[in-house]
Write a protein that binds this ligand. Structure first.
Ligand code: ARG
Length: 459
């Protein structure tokens, strides 16, 4: 077609195949409102520096209002022939105000226009993601509060290792998500500069005011280099990598809930509304949601890799490769948003089984470390205590009992330091005594929960 804005130097229009290949619609449709917002600021700045008259400015703002209203009403269909949202927007303005519509492109290129729309969308969507992480943390935290007093085993190598409180286990994910959230806050801070006015890449000889454009769009400053304005996708690289780390947090939680809700563990029951059945096995209730989150974490790790590889070795200035940034970015964003919401639903509705969890602490020699600590308190060096209790575990295994079930005489045979009081040792009491910072004790755990509560309230 010969009627797109750049066709002046061409003898023939784009082939149909190129048109289809080249267009960034519909992937970038979601940036349309941000492009209108960026255009509003640009037009205001052009007016402020005298490149647009007051009447022209008013007419363009009015036309932009109308376009936005029509867009929101679903009355606008973007034309792939016009390549992207930018040339579509310009055509829509020309429809409304005639030739004046073309003046919006003074001192602007699609390169800085795209970068600006992306930055605006980045700010908005990253804030929404931060909110979504917070909402998920709130669900986890509320669940911890509802089930503050359940004892469960804790695992290393997925072997029973020690014991803790259920709330300690889940509160750990609140802590992890806090780190994930802060990474996005960081990314927002660094992305807080406005590319508008970078133009094609070296700025413009027209007398624009980039400080004003930045201010109008709520950015702290213009990008330091106009070349960087159109070349930089670091903020998206940060985003997709932070997203990958976030999804890995969610994937680890998913994996644990899948494991704990298996019949073998039976620690957790999931809500029917969040499970699926089998087309052949009538008894099945499957945790598909969690498996999907685990799977999507792989997709997002892929998104991070894609964008890194797209940007690797790109020369400065704008290169069309950058058009592919949105596929990776939006996939990472959408997968994080949906996964956070579903994980929130799962956590809100899952039911822990106090009996199954506490029963699992009664075997696996889970008190063995505490037996060693008992001997340490009586003066034995830890390494020796470890060996003594290791011998008792070997004996217990041979007898087919838990180490805590061995007769006192057997314990005393191994070390005369064992006394009657060892019999009183219970998982719950020992758990209550673990009070160094961050542990599961009756002082430490409430302190952790209180700190997390304050952190979430502060938000
Ligand atoms: N659709 C492009 C993108 O997504 C627009 C940027 C500028 N296009 C251009 N041909 N210079 O990055």
């Amino acid at each position: 077609s010969q009627d797109n804005p750049w066709s002046g130097r061409f003898a023939r229009g784009m082939s149909a195949r190129l048109t289809a290949f080249n267009t960034s619609l519909p992937i970038e449709e979601r940036l349309f409102e941000c492009d209108v917002e960026g255009t509003r600021a640009h037009v205001s700045m052009l007016n402020a520096v005298g490149l647009l008259g007051d009447d022209e400015h008013r007419a363009l703002q009015q036309a932009l209002d109308e376009v936005l209203a029509e867009w929101r009403a679903g009355a606008i269909k973007l034309a792939p022939r016009l390549e992207d949202i930018h040339m579509n927007l310009e055509a829509l303005l020309v429809d409304k105000v005639g030739q004046l519509g073309k003046k919006t492109h003074s001192a602007r290129s699609r390169n800085d226009q795209q970068a600006t729309a992306q930055r605006l969308y980045f700010r908005r969507s990253t804030r929404a993601l931060i909110d979504a992480i917070h909402a998920c943390q709130v669900e986890l935290y509320a669940h911890c509060r509802r089930h503050a007093d359940l004892i469960m085993p804790s695992y290393t190598h997925l072997q029973r290792a020690e014991f803790t409180h259920y709330a300690h286990w889940l509160a750990t994910y609140v802590v992890m998500l806090e780190r994930d959230r802060s990474r996005f806050e960081d990314a927002l801070r660094r992305a807080d500069e406005c590319p508008l006015g970078g133009c094609a890449s070296t700025g413009t000889s027209l007398g624009i005011d980039r400080e004003l454009s930045a201010r109008l769009l709520g950015f702290s400053r213009p990008t330091r280099s106009s070349i960087d304005a159109v070349s930089n996708r670091d903020y998206l690289l940060e985003f997709v990598n932070h997203a990958a780390i976030l999804m890995i947090t969610l994937s680890r939680l998913s994996e644990e809930i899948i494991t704990f809700s298996s019949q073998e563990f039976g620690f957790l029951a999931l809500d029917d509304a969040l499970c699926t059945g089998s087309s052949i096995m009538p008894q099945k209730k499957n945790p598909d949601v969690l498996e999907l989150v685990r799977g999507k974490s792989g997709v997002v790790v892929g998104n991070a890799t894609s964008l890194l590889v797209i940007c690797k070795a790109l020369p400065l200035g704008y290169n069309k490769d950058l058009q592919e940034d949105k596929t990776a970015w939006f996939s990472a964003l959408d997968n994080c948003m949906s996964s956070l919401a579903l994980i929130g639903d799962v956590v809100q509705t899952m039911t822990p089984s106090a009996e199954r969890m506490v029963a699992a602490t009664r075997s696996g020699h889970i008190l063995a470390t505490e037996y060693a600590n008992y001997l340490v308190k009586k003066g034995l060096p830890f390494r020796d205590a470890h060996r003594v209790v290791g011998g008792l575990v070997k004996r217990a295994e041979a007898d087919g009992v838990d180490v805590a079930e061995l007769p006192l005489a057997v314990l005393r045979d191994a070390s005369a330091l064992f006394d009657e009081d060892i019999r009183a040792m219970s998982v719950r009491e020992v758990a209550a005594k673990k009070n160094s910072v961050g542990s599961c004790g009756d002082v430490a755990l409430p302190a952790l929960l209180q700190e997390l509560g304050a952190l979430l309230d502060d938000y």
